[in-house]
Write a protein that binds this ligand. Structure first.
Ligand SMILES: NC(=O)c1ccc[n+]([C@@H]2O[C@H](COP(=O)([O-])OP(=O)(O)OC[C@H]3O[C@@H](n4cnc5c(N)ncnc54)[C@H](OP(=O)(O)O)[C@@H]3O)[C@@H](O)[C@H]2O)c1
Length: 324
């Protein structure tokens, strides 16, 4: 069987962690034999070599700011014929158009996409899924919501064909970390600085603070698990106001909620008071969590204490492995 040609776009916190995982010996001995890393790109450079790069070499070149002198430098992304799996770990664009154009080219040629970038799916879900449905290419997006906490792959493999009645989740770690820091008397600014330092804040942290990131994820969950065709521009959302008032005995949390009702699927992304009898109340300040209610069974609660770029890169890797 021929090896799959993998190309990586975005070599930031997530991209570099993915390269570290790919460089591990145990990975190379098994799955490493099934693909070749034909190229990578950041915002300034695109490198390509049809014979393949080692993950260590790309990682070292990026760290040493020497990407342009590694392999062949391209002026534009490689042609679809030269790639089988295109992995997008680039910064979310505001409108998703840059990414839509790239995904269209690869999907039309029957090539697959793995993405951790929410913007194209939140803005252009109908177009992207239509393209994926028409050809042989697939799009996998596990790490777009809740980073590395399994959601879409978990539902697909463990609850196949089940109708989901509701979803409630902490899908943006940064906003909830800021809210909890503020409740404990800390400043919003210090919490943001720490989130940037640890790598879990968005490049433009305004997306976290304004609630835009949580709204993007709400749209993706609704479209993926509830069969809607919502676009980000239709989704109302709330962000963190500096004058927010905290009530004694309650935590404030930015929560994404989706419910099937008689009038259709209702989606919300807003800040709620969470009381002690709510299982979200006892989550850690950097937790990610969701509760999902499938028809005919009790709700399922999934949580983790922390999710950052390492965990997200594992979500990306799990999608790549599914395609291999
Ligand atoms: N960090 C997380 O925990 C997390 C969790 C879930 C999802 N995500 C998503 O995953 C993606 C990557 O996150 P990250 O934390 O790794 O971000 P990051 O550290 O800011 O890295 C972003 C990467 O994208 C590159 N880039 C920016 N604009 C580009 C463009 N127009 N064309 C090509 N490359 C471009 C950057 O290039 P330079 O290196 O040249 O600046 C950088 O390599 C984002 O879409 C983010 O929303 C992240």
């Amino acid at each position: 069987m021929s090896k799959k040609k993998v190309f990586l776009l975005g070599l930031g916190s997530v991209g570099r962690n993915l390269l570290s995982l790919m460089a591990k010996e145990e990975f190379n001995r098994t799955l490493g034999q099934k693909f070749i890393l034909v190229g990578a790109a950041d915002s300034k450079n695109i490198i390509f070599d049809e014979r393949g790069f080692s993950a260590e070499l790309v990682l070292e070149s990026k760290k040493n700011k020497a990407l342009e002198s590694t392999g062949t430098a391209l002026k534009k992304l490689p042609a679809p014929d030269d790639v089988d799996i295109f992995v997008d770990m680039s910064t979310a664009s505001k409108d998703g158009i840059r990414e839509l154009n790239i995904y269209s080219e690869y999907l039309k040629a029957g090539k697959s996409i793995v993405t951790s970038n929410k913007s194209p799916l939140a803005n252009y879900w109908p177009e992207i899924m239509k393209l994926a449905g028409e050809g042989n290419g697939k799009i996998l997006y596990e790490s777009t919501v809740c980073g590395g906490l399994p959601l879409f792959n978990m539902v697909k493999s463990a609850l196949p064909g089940m109708e989901i009645l509701s979803f409630r989740g902490i899908v943006n770690l940064t906003a909830n970390y800021i809210l909890e820091t503020m409740r404990k008397g800390g400043s919003k600014e210090d919490a943001i600085k720490n989130a940037i330092k640890e790598g879990f804040a968005e490049t433009d942290y305004y997306d976290d603070v304004s609630g835009l990131d949580s709204a993007r994820k709400t749209v993706i969950v609704a479209n993926s698990l509830f069969g809607t065709q919502i676009r980000l521009k239709e989704q109302k959302f709330e962000g963190i106001d500096s004058n927010i008032e905290f009530h004694e005995k309650a935590r404030k949390m930015l929560i994404s909620s989706i419910k099937r009702t008689k009038n259709g699927v209702l989606t919300e992304s807003r800040i709620e008071d969470v009381n002690g009898d709510d299982q979200f109340y006892s989550l850690k300040e950097k937790s990610m969590a969701y509760e999902i209610s499938p028809r005919f069974r009790s709700p399922i609660f999934v949580s983790e204490d922390y999710d950052g770029p390492v965990e997200t890169s594992m979500g990306v890797l799990s999608d790549i492995i599914s395609l291999l």
